[in-house]
Design a binder for this molecule. Structure first.
Ligand SMILES: [Zn+2]
Length: 230
């Protein structure tokens, strides 16, 4: 038994759900969950079949990349998972996938504008493209750290895949699904070569305002908790 059993099980469960959806190709893609109020994350191991591993194979690391508990090597993208948690106190879970339709957008490099109310409410004003940098490098970590400061919850990694964030695993999983739906609709609409209509600006701002106020509440709660520690 370990104090990390529950969080490890959650990381594995959501990895398998993403694999079931076909959002992980082979061993590609990774999931992490932050431990509440600690600079520690549980993350999928590198290069493993998500249906062949057990919760004990999920790696637990500190944000300084030192090991807490792990038998296998962590995902090579652990650096950008940590960068997200450090830049965004509201984020409790990070999912990186190679899902089909959003990955097609990653090739054309066109941000997804505000197409649907629900998209903006949960993902942000738009889905921006994070400039290309090779997997597992410090260059990619730097690009991710910079991009997530706009408080959105979904991004497309150019010529690579996607990055979805959320306050908890269930919401992050929902964001992954929502992004794929928006990506498919956008691709189909682009294919028609007709003018693509967006939601009115005022509605976009109201929907994004709801997301922001939710994020601010989480940040405030964290501040209160850390003040309580002193
Ligand atoms: Zn990847």
């Amino acid at each position: 038994m370990s104090e990390y059993d529950t969080i490890r099980q959650q990381v594995l469960d959501y990895s398998q759900r993403l694999a079931h959806e076909g959002f992980f190709k082979g061993t590609g893609g990774n999931v992490s969950i932050r431990l509440p109020n600690q600079d520690i994350l549980a993350i999928t191991p590198s290069n493993q079949d998500y249906f062949a591993i057990t919760p004990n194979d999920i790696c637990v690391y500190r944000f300084d990349q030192s090991k807490v508990e792990a038998d296998l090597k962590p995902s090579i993208e652990m650096g950008f998972h940590i960068a997200v948690y450090q830049a965004r106190p509201d984020v409790g879970c990070v999912m990186h996938t190679h899902q089909d339709f959003a990955s097609a957008i990653a090739l054309i490099g066109k941000p997804i504008p505000a197409l649907f109310d629900e998209q903006v409410r949960f993902l942000g004003r738009s889905v921006e493209i994070i400039p290309y940098a090779p997997s597992g490098t410090g260059f990619l970590v730097k690009q991710v750290r910079k991009a997530v400061k706009n408080h959105h919850n979904a991004y497309i990694l150019k010529n690579h895949g996607v990055l979805c964030l959320g306050p908890d695993p269930e919401r992050t999983f929902h964001n992954v699904l929502l992004l794929e739906k928006a990506a498919l609709s956008y691709l189909l609409a682009l294919y028609t070569e007709e003018k693509i209509s967006k939601i009115p600006l005022v509605i976009r701002e109201i929907a994004f305002g709801k997301l922001r106020s939710e994020q601010k509440k989480i940040e405030e709660r964290l501040v209160t908790l850390s003040e309580g520690d002193v």
